[in-house]
Design a protein around this ligand. Sequence first.
Ligand code: URA
Length: 211
Amino acid sequence: MTAGKVTVVDHPLVQHKLTLMRDVNTPTGQFRQLMREVSFLLAYEVCREFDTERVPIQTPLEAIQGIKLKGKKTCIITVMRAGNGLLDGMLDLIPSARVGHVGLYRDHKTLEAVKYYLKFPSQMKERVCITVDPMLATGNSAIEAVRQVKIAGATRIIFMCLLASPEGIKNFEMTHPDVPIYTAAIDRELNELGYILPGLGDAGDRMFGTK
Ligand code: URA
């Protein structure tokens, strides 16, 4: 299902796993494993955006024009720390991908994203850059992360998350209308603390067993 530049991956398996993740009784280890499985499935849909090219190959029986991915290796950019939970599943699917890191934390008073770390692979301009963070809440972190990815030279960027709020999508699209969003669901709203409702709580805390 695609609405504008937002794709909601409404595959039954994704929705089943997401429901398990929302459940407050799901323990840390299972939550982490589910995050890995859902990220694999979401990334599979994101890969539809990739360009391909025809290449001549020889099967054991005859010569054909096969299809391969075109261009430089994909770059996955994880927005630390919660984005790291999406990384392993994506690397299961795209093992040769390069990985960039954007370190951001949320100032709990202003809800603004504050940068503390940046590291990107070379030749960002030539790569499809998939920026990942599980929760598109206010949009501030995603907006800042993608801004940094653009400063690093990337021109083909996709944003992938697990849950999005309507407010976050609106904010994100105002700043980065050129960046498509992939998510498993769009929830109802944000609360006054910037948490997504009904949501799944703090994704980082649930994944890493912190409070
Ligand atoms: N970050 C989270 O981990 N959860 C939310 O609901 C919002 C932001």
